[in-house]
Write a protein that binds this ligand. Structure first.
Ligand SMILES: [Zn+2]
Ligand SMILES: [Zn+2]
Length: 829
């Protein structure tokens, strides 16, 4: 199908069974040829609509969570294009990061430390490019209307030049600083990690009651981390705790280490935990960090960056933390200092990448001054539209809960270099100038000879690199054309829509916010669209290790992208978690088959109606359907405007399946079969309604099912002057004048009577086409009047010889029509 243009598709062959894969692949190629998803930068008149999507991490796999994410982006993009917007829908790749380093090591069977930095970096770039191609293929199979001309990769020098530029600007405006502060540290990944990357999990630990010798005897202190004894710099009690009032200000000896530390009183101590006396270690947790600062306690670094005990740990030096914990407990026990031990559950912070418990260590790092921005972040968050509304509170809760500034330096290889050198003599920071970028201080010298402060010529390049969120949190500005194209920046910044998953509000959305606020004093997005997470059929999160994992391409190959896209649209309300069930995808495909068959019927029967005219003679049922069609258009439009894709899909599906196919089509089929020339105007009326309704349904469905709607549109479109693609047709506006409540009431009664006759036939096990000699309808005056106009339709549709409509109070006559208890029918064969 590769090189076919749309015109070469043989309409007759397409009137057979609909082949999803063939059609979908075909249109994907044709759309690319036609360039219909391209952002038209030359178009200065249409309003723009820019969508800033989270660049995914290139893992090589496109899972259901990704599929759901991108479906939401694409529904919005396709809908807005039909609304006349010049849509800017780029695609990026967030390339850097530790997982790639780990995978490069296993894939190429190398060890990072055995290779030169540049050599290892090249392997990472190679692997990332392969992964990107795989994911791109799946994205194309899904039919996403991404403008691939706007693709970007954060590992490209062209991109990371801008990451570096933003770093320099933020340094100059005082937002970036270097300092020694405690940070979360993953001893396995051997890097600092931000608070957003710490995941808290409940785990079991042992709480040991350890005896500390004091001036007046001893104090028992409960701890889960005896390996931190060497870093114990004080103990603390609550000032209200009467048991310990007399100890405050006195000293205790740290067992094993025999170091003498003070007993402090602090409101933060929970008297109910353990014995009510706690160790202050540098650093066991964030409270320790606070107390160390507050009481100006010394910092003892007992744990090394790779998770081993340092020389501060004396006889335990070189042990892992776990080994040290066991050894310390043994020693304490031998000395009779452990009063008791009990199991407890506690929350432990772990690394989001490798799930190793994180430590808090102090080391020189680069930080962005984000903590002072909290009020600003909250204000802007409140100004933005959030769909659903509850997601906004995640952002606010997160921003207000942060204790520390954002640590932006990492101790890795595959990442954006920090554009800084240091003077070996005086320690002065030498920040790169804008025109040095991109630059890698790990290999390159600065473009100054010597330290501007002391003249020393020994300048050392920064070997730390940036957090990957530093790359991806300037995307809004970058796609808008910053900094080279101010004209475009004015049009495209801030982004109109920022769609992403619930799971990355505290990272992506938060970092985007602080970076752009700091750089441009403005929030980077106007509206947030948040999707929930995908769960497996068993209700658990979809995950490979749970055995409930399905790759998107597997579902596409089985049922077609348009079916999978319906699952994404209809699976749950926007923002709710969505279970992946094969039955939903199967149901979606059944719907497409129904639509295809109805369209086949319509197209085969559109013979007489001249598609240019609106002057046709319409019957009650025709006007009934047209009225319902306008109402469904209104519902679907409102749903898309509010990003309620499930409502949009259900409305159009319900209308198509039940109202259009089951009720209308069944009731008007006879108008196409008549050979009587006198019935010509009746036939033309039905053709007109068929044509209008199918075209409308295709338009309403096009953002969700772009392929099949295109296939049918090409067969249905009136002339060569019509828009080339369904996706280039303007979104239908609601024709209020066609909404007619009276006609709807009449049509509803008529449809109900026809359905009742069919039910009666099937109850009596006669064929639907079997002639009925006599149909008696018993009804009140009001209903009789409603039926009068359309009794001919009942006769024709149900193959009835004669009909009588009469008043009757005798409730024993006939069968009541569903939903209309005061209408009854009786059939004579
Ligand atoms: Zn880790
Ligand atoms: Zn110097």
């Amino acid at each position: 199908m590769e090189n076919l243009s749309a015109e070469s598709v043989d309409p007759i062959s397409m009137l057979k069974r609909y082949d999803h894969l063939e059609n979908e692949g075909h249109w994907q190629t044709v759309w690319a040829d036609w360039g219909i998803h391209r952002f038209k930068s030359e178009d200065q008149t249409s309003p723009t609509y820019s969508i800033d999507t989270p660049p995914p991490y290139p893992s090589g796999e496109f899972h259901m969570g990704n599929a759901l994410n991108w479906c939401y982006f694409d529904f919005a993009a396709r809908y807005k294009r039909m609304r006349g917007f010049n849509v800017h829908f780029p695609q990026g790749w967030d390339c850097h990061g530790l997982p790639t380093e780990v995978r490069a090591e296993t894939t190429y069977k190398v060890r990072k430390r055995d290779l030169a930095v540049a050599e290892f970096k090249d392997l990472c770039v190679r692997l990332t490019s392969e992964y990107i191609e795989k994911m791109k293929k799946a994205m194309k199979m899904m039919g996403y209307s991404i403008d691939w001309n706007l693709e970007y990769k954060t590992m490209d020098p062209n991109y990371y030049r801008l990451t570096q530029l933003s770093f320099i600007l933020l340094f100059k405006s005082g937002y970036m600083y270097r300092g020694e502060h405690p940070v979360n540290w993953c001893p396995r990944c051997e890097t600092a990690i931000a608070e957003a990357e710490v995941e808290y999990v409940e785990s079991e630990g042992v709480l040991s009651y350890v005896r500390f010798r004091s001036e007046d005897g001893h104090l028992a202190i409960a701890t889960t981390r005896p390996e931190l004894l060497p870093a114990c710099v004080a103990v603390a009690v609550n000032p209200q705790d009467e048991r310990y009032g007399m100890y405050v200000g006195k000293w205790v000896d740290v067992p094993v280490f025999k170091r003498r530390v003070e007993i402090l009183a602090d409101e933060g101590v929970d008297p109910k935990f353990g014995t009510g006396v706690v160790m202050v270690c540098t650093f066991g947790d964030k409270t320790d960090v606070k107390w160390q600062k507050k009481y100006k306690l010394p910092i003892v670094k007992a744990i090394s960056e790779d998770g081993h005990m340092t020389e501060e740990a004396g006889r335990y030096r070189g042990l892992t933390m776990k080994e040290c914990q066991e050894a310390t407990l043994n020693d304490l026990q031998r000395e009779g200092l452990v009063e008791k031990s009990e199991k407890i559950k506690r929350n432990v912070g772990t690394c989001w990448r490798c799930h190793t418990p994180v430590e808090i260590i102090s080391r020189l790092q680069w930080f962005m001054k984000t903590k002072d921005m909290t009020d600003e972040v909250v204000n802007w968050t409140n100004k933005i539209t959030w769909v659903p509304e509850f997601a906004k509170h995640r952002m606010i809760d997160w921003a207000t809960s942060l204790d520390w500034d954002w640590v932006v330096s990492r101790q890795r290889v595959f990442a954006t270099p920090i554009p800084v050198w240091y003077c070996a003599r005086c320690g002065e920071d030498i920040i790169a100038e804008k025109d040095w970028l991109p630059v890698d201080p790990r290999f390159e010298k600065p473009k100054v000879e010597s330290c501007p402060k002391c003249g020393c010529q020994d300048l050392i390049g920064e070997s730390d690199v940036m957090d990957t969120w530093m790359d991806s949190s300037i995307t809004c500005a970058v796609h808008a054309g910053w900094p080279g194209n101010p004209e475009s920046f004015k049009r495209l910044f801030p982004a109109d829509l920022q769609p992403n998953g619930l799971d990355i509000i505290r990272t992506w959305d938060y970092y985007l916010m602080v970076r752009h606020l700091a750089l441009f004093k403005q929030a980077p997005y106007k509206a947030m669209l948040i999707n929930g997470m995908v769960r497996g059929a068993d209700g658990r999160m979809m995950h490979k290790s749970y055995g409930n994992y399905v790759e998107a391409t597997e579902a596409i190959l089985k049922y077609g992208a348009d079916s999978l896209r319906q699952w994404a649209a209809g699976g749950a309300a926007t923002g709710q978690d969505i279970p992946f069930r094969w039955s939903d995808v199967e149901h979606a495909r059944r719907f497409l088959t129904k639509l295809w068959n109805a369209s086949r019927f319509a197209i085969a029967n559109l013979r007489e109606y001249d598609r240019a005219t609106e002057e046709v003679e319409l019957q009650v049922l025709d006007r009934w359907l047209l009225s319902r069609l306008e109402k469904v258009t209104k519902e679907v439009t409102e749903a898309f405007e509010n990003f309620q894709f499930n409502v949009a899909l259900e409305s159009v599906r319900d209308f198509t399946w039940h109202v259009f196919c089951d009720q209308y089509l069944e009731a008007v089929k006879h108008r196409f079969y008549s050979s009587d020339m006198r019935d010509r105007s009746s036939r033309i009326g039905a053709e007109y309604v068929l044509y209008r309704s199918i075209l409308r349904v295709l338009q309403l469905l096009a953002p969700i099912c772009p392929h099949i709607t295109e296939s049918i549109y090409q067969l249905l479109k009136p002339s060569t002057e019509s828009p080339r693609s369904i996706h280039l047709t303007p979104w239908p506006s609601v024709k209020k004048e066609l909404i007619d409540e009276e006609v709807e009431k009449k049509g509803d009664v008529l449809v109900a009577v026809i359905s009742e006759i069919r039910r009666e036939k099937s109850k009596r096990q006669v064929s639907m086409r079997a002639p009925i000699k006599y149909l008696h309808i018993y009804a009140e005056q009001n209903e009789r009047k409603m039926l009068d106009d359309s009794i001919e339709t009942v006769k024709r549709t149900c193959n009835v010889g004669s009909v009588s409509i009469q008043p009757s109070d005798d409730l024993s006559l006939g069968t009541p029509v569903q939903e209309y208890a005061n209408i009854r029918i009786r059939l004579e064969f």
